[in-house]
Design a protein around this ligand. Structure first.
Ligand code: NAP
Length: 510
């Protein structure tokens, strides 16, 4: 299969240098051996292998090999059979599956790592010198696996040939203290340039688009400022409940599971200044800078600005959903939040005084993620709508499910006497580029094989994100209840209504 390489050149205002930004395929993926720890797990089966299969279809180097690591007594044929179930279109499956072999290994069995090294040594030398380790396991195993990889001379900070890269799944730590402890261990083994911390939201097409949308369009870029923006909302709703992941989720909750990573990344991309260059470290430095300016409010204010909730029994899509406390693996008296809504401020020149409203939760009415930027009212007071009010302009960046961008504006209502009503212009990613856009894990895995860290979180970002969430979590706030399938706790609506605003995404929240 031919490798696709299409590059476009974007020139940013204020950034005189020209840089290349890969739009499709990008710099070639380098041939390597990808070792997946936790290959029999849910993430590997549902996301990683299907993403690798797509990359195979798109032209992953034909010599690249995948070693699926698991503790079960399987052989190559058995793991291939298990994984095949998760591939829908199997046209290329036979060819792809030949890349996969199985290696049995308990994470703490040192001898099994020696066998893994011996196995790696059986491959062509230059291929075996390029290694990616994907730790698709619970975070408690990250340190053990990293130490054992190093002790068995499988992974090294300075390999004699080729390169070694390691991918850590989210969550990276349980709070700032555990994240620091983990980072201390892994940074003795790997350099920051070798570490790829996953936040799969960064692999989503419309999330990558935020910077291009902001910085290449003067109709937005000039107005991206407290003078013109009234408020920004970041809304991520999940329709599913906790399902079979109760054991993990009950120790996490919405603040750790969603706000610390995905929502913080979305807020950073929405608010950061123009990076000096379009490369990983400049972008990540700009994100850290703005994360550091997120205001740590005193407890009394946090109690007003933070709403936590937990779902009770309800109906989703016409099907009954049990209360969170009745889900598998959840203690009957659990106080873990499955919903969080909060208001934040950023103390810098661009954003001082602009409220950022964030909300996320499980077992909600809709499955969607979007960023809503509401602009201030135009100064002209001569026009209004039929109800006496004038709708503000809005920019809605839809991240999922239907990726796109919507802009709302006012026009004269037909046949009415200069009455202004809101209408919208809608860009649909699917309609413009077709349905074949890359899945997040596809993009992220390809980037690791290219050696591009842009869409991975650097340690100082993770650190700031935990600082913000730990600060919020220190304050005890009442746990509100909401019925599964509803729009979340009424308190979240009251919080924003007190400011004279509404949750203003595509889906009305009542
Ligand atoms: N699933 C998702 O959609 C998702 C999404 C985002 C992030 N994550 C994160 O990704 C990580 C993995 O999630 P998951 O849902 O795939 O978990 P999972 O289904 O429990 O898979 C864990 C994997 O680790 C293996 N394992 C556990 N202990 C082991 C040991 N001592 N020695 C060898 N293998 C061992 C398991 O083997 P067995 O199969 O033999 O038990 C399985 O392959 C978690 O940190 C999770 O939070 C998951």
């Amino acid at each position: 299969m031919q490798e696709t390489r299409r590059e476009s050149v974007i020139r940013l205002r204020g950034a005189p240098q020209t840089f290349k930004y890969a739009v499709d395929g990008g710099p070639a993926m380098q041939p390597c051996i990808l070792v997946i720890f936790g290959a029999t797990g849910d993430l590997a089966k549902r996301k990683l292998l299907p993403a690798l299969y797509k990359l195979h279809e798109r032209g992953m180097p034909s010599v690249t090999r995948i070693i699926a690591v698991g503790r079960r007594p399987l052989d190559d044929a058995a793991i291939r059979r298990d994984l095949a179930e998760f591939i829908t279109d199997k046209k290329e499956w036979e060819a792809f599956s030949q890349r996969i072999t199985y290696h049995q290994l308990e994470f703490d069995d040192k001898a099994a790592y020696d066998r893994l090294r011996e196995r790696l040594e059986t491959y062509d030398k230059s291929l075996a010198a390029r290694r990616v380790f994907y730790l698709a396991t619970a975070p408690e195993s990250f340190a053990t696996i990293s130490r054992n990889l190093s002790a068995a001379s499988i992974a090294s900070r300075r390999p004699q040939r080729g390169w070694h890269r390691v991918i850590f799944e989210k969550p990276f730590g349980h709070d700032l203290a555990t994240a620091k402890a983990l980072n201390k261990v892994i940074s003795k083994i790997f350099s920051e340039q070798q570490i790829y911390r996953i936040d799969h939201y960064l692999g989503k097409e419309l999330v990558q688009n935020i910077l291009v949308l902001r910085f290449t369009n003067s109709i937005f870029e000039h107005l991206w400022h407290k003078e013109y923006i009234d408020n920004v909302q970041i809304i991520v709703g999940e329709r599913v409940g906790v399902g079979s992941r109760g054991g993990y989720y009950d120790n996490a909750g919405a603040l750790r599971d969603m706000v610390q990573n995905h929502l913080m990344q979305l807020i950073a991309l929405t608010t950061m200044e123009l990076p000096k260059r379009m490369e990983a470290d400049s972008i990540r430095t700009a994100k850290v800078k703005v994360l550091k300016r997120i205001v740590r409010e005193p407890p009394a204010k946090i109690r007003k600005h933070l709403i936590l909730g937990q779902y009770t029994e309800g109906m989703i899509d016409g099907k009954p959903c049990p209360a969170y406390r009745d889900e598998q693996g959840i203690p009957k008296k659990s106080t873990t939040e499955t919903f969080a809504a909060l208001k934040l401020f950023i103390n810098d020149e661009r954003w001082r005084g602009v409220p950022f409203y964030l909300r996320t939760g499980k077992a909600l009415h809709h499955q969607y993620a979007e960023i809503v930027v509401t602009f201030k009212q135009a100064p002209c007071r001569l026009f209004c709508g039929p109800d006496g009010t004038l709708a503000p302009n809005r920019l809605i960046i839809r991240i999922q499910p239907d990726e796109g961008v919507k802009v709302t504006f006012n026009i004269k209502e037909e046949l009415a006497d200069m009455s202004a009503i809101p209408v919208s212009m809608d860009f649909s990613h699917k309609a413009e580029f077709g349905i074949n856009s890359q899945e997040a894990y596809e993009r992220l895995l390809a980037d690791v094989m290219r050696g591009d860290q842009t869409l991975f979180t650097r340690w100082d970002e993770v650190q700031e994100q935990w600082r913000i969430v730990d600060h919020l979590r220190k304050v005890k706030v009442p746990l509100e209840r909401y019925a599964a399938g509803s729009h979340g706790p009424a308190a979240a609506l009251r919080m924003i209504k007190k400011d004279g605003r509404d949750w203003s995404g595509n889906i009305p929240i009542k």
